[in-house]
Design a protein around this ligand. Structure first.
Ligand SMILES: C[S@@+](CC[C@H](N)C(=O)[O-])C[C@H]1O[C@@H](n2cnc3c(N)ncnc32)[C@H](O)[C@@H]1O
Length: 206
């Protein structure tokens, strides 16, 4: 029963998915605010939040960038529905939320100033290719922010309960980012297991 419920962290579905999404909007607020404190986005930035879950980070990004435009994407139908509800006041004005996978982003090359990924890279199916896909949709001076609460690959607390979840260390993520054509410009691990990485496009790969 609990095991089934936990699968909704990877892909929220149905009523249980809605419960988990409400829980994540609340339970992730601390780590999300900490992660966002590393991002100094322009007020009119065009931002994409991948794996947007319940949409709380889209709302925060809209508040941070009052002249900006924030898009969200998630492969779960339920996440998209809850995110749209959470951001209904801005939806269709300066916010758009779509269903889709990180592996095939439905956006033009160089569309975004900022791409964010909170608590989601654990589930990406082919992380090196998915990072290259993120890179494709970033502007030349764009930034990619990854924020994770878990960073110890040996800790099975979550991975034993959630199928297909993989925890990456900060060093592993940095290696993957470098091999996908990024330069890492910010790295905060705060000594609490949580991590926030900021990466920009490595020019040599243009
Ligand atoms: C643990 S939740 C985090 C949600 C939100 N970012 C937060 O911090 O509260 C992970 C989210 O990533 C989404 N996700 C997982 N794999 C994905 C993929 N391949 N493409 C798009 N979204 C994905 C899930 O559907 C889920 O909504």
């Amino acid at each position: 029963m609990l095991g089934k419920l936990m699968q909704n962290c990877r892909k929220p579905e149905g009523f249980a998915g809605r419960l988990i999404l409400a829980g994540m909007n609340y339970g992730h607020s601390n780590i999300s605010r900490w992660g966002l404190s590393h991002l100094h986005a322009k007020k009119d930035a065009h931002i994409l939040d991948i794996g947007c879950g319940g949409g709380a980070n889209i709302k925060r990004l809209l508040a941070m960038c009052p002249q900006g435009y924030v898009e969200g994407i998630d492969y779960s139908e339920q996440s998209v529905a809850v995110s749209r509800k959470k951001n209904r006041d801005d939806l269709g004005k300066r916010c758009n939320i779509r269903q889709g996978s990180v592996s095939c982003l439905p956006y033009k090359d160089g569309a975004f100033n900022v791409v964010t990924a909170f608590e989601t890279v654990y589930f990406w199916p082919d992380i090196a290719n998915d990072f290259r896909e993120v890179r494709r949709v970033l502007k030349p001076d764009g930034r990619f922010l990854i924020c994770n609460e878990a960073s110890d690959p040996k800790d099975g607390t979550w991975t034993e309960k959630i199928d297909g979840m993989r925890i990456y260390s900060g060093d592993e993520l940095i290696r993957l980012l470098l091999s996908s054509g990024f330069a890492v410009t910010g790295n905060d691990t705060q000594g609490k297991g949580r991590l926030c990485l900021i990466a920009g496009k490595e020019k040599e790969h243009e």
